[in-house]
Design a protein around this ligand. Structure first.
Ligand code: ADP
Ligand code: MG
Length: 346
């Protein structure tokens, strides 16, 4: 019997379906799990370890690493690299950690790859909308227009480990990419601590590695793209891959019957309205999945899939408003649609 790992997972785009737990006893490995609230979300790490003690120890080091990254990249955390960069916009450059530098460089790469759909210098627009913050509201068209003039990534300058935003009105926001990087780094830490298989799940950004003791693959569920639903549309089988979803049904507010969600289209300055309701990216690292899931959401299923098909080692499952499921060519054998109200595209 498949069962949901925890009820909490229903809150996220991705559910992890665990099968055949008994298998681990025969190999004298134990399944060990610990959860924590990190990066503003529910963080879950499960490993198969020789003993509970070893498993818990490795998980603790991984969470410590995640917290270190949160301290460097949290935008509202006074003294974080991102805080300092933003506080010094238009004034001076800021020395940042190697981690922050790496994530910024990846962010810049993805801005180019996605024709600007993914943009780590969208902070002024993200702040203006304030989705999930106390001040969330539909901004005036004039304010949106004004913020849109301060999202040119060319104004982000890198000189060694020194970062400067030249435009005093521009803000950096790594919210669409830092979580993915943190997942990858947590996996590295687990492996360095002797863990051969397990998964890290940060609010729906998942990496599953190694083989489960019963040698079955990891089965990950793609959540139904509906508000407050914990049903599963499809099952994806993985091994040593990341799976990351973006959707419009988790972080949003409603004004006059219209839902405004947290993925902003830099081209319009409004929450993206491409007809897509959920994007799942399967790739070799979660940082790529994080940036690309957000970008494909904005690009829509046609342009988004075109991009995915061009990228080596990247696959996608895109669900549109009309319940059509688009699966990239490399993922056909990995994905099984479980909910028949969703139809595969022809
Ligand atoms: P989640 O955090 O729900 O997993 P995503 O990975 O899709 O969602 O990232 C959404 C976050 O990314 C937003 O909360 C915001 O901080 C940031 N963001 C929103 N729009 C963009 C965009 N076009 N490019 C880059 N980052 C974005
Ligand atoms: Mg993302």
């Amino acid at each position: 019997m498949k069962k949901y790992l925890t009820a909490l997972l229903g809150l996220f785009s991705i559910s992890i379906l665990i099968t055949n737990m008994l298998g681990c006893q025969s190999q004298s490995l134990v399944a060990v799990e610990n959860d924590a609230f990190v990066l503003g979300t529910f963080g879950q790490i499960r490993v198969y370890a020789p003993s509970e003690e070893e498993g818990l120890k490795a998980i603790a080091v991984a969470f410590k690493r995640i917290t270190e990254l949160e301290n460097a990249m949290g935008p509202s955390l006074v003294g974080s690299d991102v805080y300092n960069i933003n506080a010094n916009a238009g004034k001076t450059s800021v020395q940042v950690s190697d981690d922050t530098l790496k994530v910024i460089k990846e962010g810049i790469k993805y801005e180019g790859l996605t024709s600007g759909a993914f943009n780590i210098t969208l902070g002024s627009l993200i702040e203006l909308w304030g989705i999930g913050k106390e001040w969330q509201k539909v901004p005036s068209p004039a304010d949106i227009q004004d913020s849109k003039e301060h999202i040119e990534i060319i104004n982000l300058q890198i000189d060694g480990n020194k970062i400067m935003i030249k435009d005093p009105e521009m803000l950096m926001d790594l919210g669409g990419i830092a979580k993915g990087y943190s997942v990858d780094e947590a996996v590295k830490v687990l492996k360095a601590n002797g863990i051969k298989s397990g998964f890290v799940n940060l609010g729906g950004d998942v990496y599953a590695f190694g083989q489960k003791p019963d040698e079955s693959k990891w089965a990950i569920g793609i959540q139904k793209p509906l508000v407050n639903s914990n049903g599963v549309v499809a099952k994806v089988l993985l091994e040593n891959q990341s799976i990351v979803s973006s959707g419009n049904y988790e972080r949003y507010f409603v004004d006059k019957g219209i839902r405004y969600h947290h993925i902003i289209d830099p081209a319009t300055g409004y929450p993206s309205d491409s007809g897509v309701v959920s994007v799942t990216i399967i790739s070799d690292s979660a940082i790529d999945g994080d940036a690309l899931s957000t970008a494909v959401f904005i690009l829509g299923h046609e342009k988004g899939m075109e991009l995915v098909e061009e990228l080596e080692g990247v696959d996608a499952v895109v669900i549109t408003k009309d319940n059509t499921v688009y699966i990239s060519s490399g993922a056909n054998d990995m994905v099984e649609i479980l909910d028949k109200t969703y139809q595969p595209a022809d």
